[in-house]
Design a binder for this molecule. Sequence first.
Ligand code: E4P
Length: 215
Amino acid sequence: MKNFLDTANFNEIREAASTGLLDGVTTNPSLVAKENRPFKDIIKDICGIVKGDVSAEVTATDVEGMLSEGRELAKISDNVIVKVPLIKDGLIAVQRFSAEGIRCNVTLCFSPTQALLAAKAGAYIISPFIGRLDDISQTGMELISQIITIYRNYNFDTQVLVASIRNPVHVVESAMLGADIATMPYGVWTQLIKHPLTDIGLTRFLEDWKKVQAK
Ligand code: E4P
């Protein structure tokens, strides 16, 4: 499973990229708004250090508006994936982008029927938001399972990107289900590495080793 960061913050991305384990980045208008910098500059800077997929979202809600914004975003770098909302005009735009060779991440997916239509439209990535479903007392991970089954049944190439991840358990469950990508906030990314028993164990090993050196 590929691990993406869900952020537009350059410092977080640089830190994660320095491990060699960052596969890509997803952004959205809310994340970009926190940065107080021009949108295209942010995407350009991210693409300068991340060679994997970098999702940049259109804000138009009509087909022609999405096409014109998306074409501009795709020009920034070869690894820009145009993020399009899962609405009727979005699905029409995805088919047009697909015919032009522009790859799309279809976002704000909350149901298996939406995911089925996105795949039929030619989405490169589908982004089901599991945390926001959990927030309203639905089990987000069930949606991931349904989408993976549907895509396998019909051999769709569309990659399943688990979005709106809130904790490392979501990452584990995504990997157990065979999701293609998990995108997560920087805080969750750092939690993937850490375990208190690792820290305690390492401290003890090093203390014992010091005693050997002292002899
Ligand atoms: C995905 O691409 C979205 O940017 C993101 O995962 C939304 O997460 P949130 O529900 O934490 O805002």
